[in-house]
Write a protein of this length. Structure first.
Length: 160
């Protein structure tokens, strides 16, 4: 399992508009849609160099981050965004005392469904067991056409 990112770090940031990143309702946590942007300036991230070394190492284990420009330039945008989105969800979930194994459902929005296979391989690093999943192709996402994937999560997290 990849190393977690602290929930209040500059890597997780805050929502881009007036909404909650996460809300508890009884024994459930609802995570708003998460995209891969740098919180400091809103830049959409898409390069392997945007990731910490532990992430890059895990992705190399899947055959990504090859160091070959002619390969990485095509694969890195969806692979990097997939990692960052799932890592942000993990940080939000863990900040509430829950674990990724308690994620009951994911809804994944893609600009292009051809990106799903790469995302799915990255998702397996965060969810070794299958998770209930809905996949939707959309015509566009905020804040930029560079955003390739957005993911929302529902987590069963009863209070102790």
């Amino acid at each position: 399992m990849p190393e977690p990112t602290p929930p209040n770090s500059s890597a997780t940031g805050q929502p881009l508009a007036r909404y909650a990143a996460l809300r508890r309702a009884g024994d459930y946590l609802f995570c708003s849609g998460v995209i891969a942007v740098r919180p400091q300036d809103g830049a959409v991230l898409s390069r392997y160099t945007d990731l910490p070394e532990h992430a890059r190492s895990a992705l190399r284990g899947l055959g990504y981050d090859t160091g070959q420009f002619s390969v990485d330039v095509f694969e890195s945008p969806i692979v990097v965004q997939s990692w960052l989105v799932l890592d942000r969800i993990r940080a939000l979930v863990e900040a509430e005392g829950a674990q990724m194994a308690q994620v009951a459902r994911l809804v994944q929005y893609f600009r292009d469904l051809r990106h799903y296979p790469a995302y799915n391989r990255v998702r397996d690093l965060f969810f070794p067991e299958p998770v209930v999943s809905t996949v939707v192709e959309v015509s566009g996402m905020l804040p930029s056409p560079e955003v390739l994937v957005e993911v929302e999560a529902t987590v069963w997290a009863p209070r102790a």
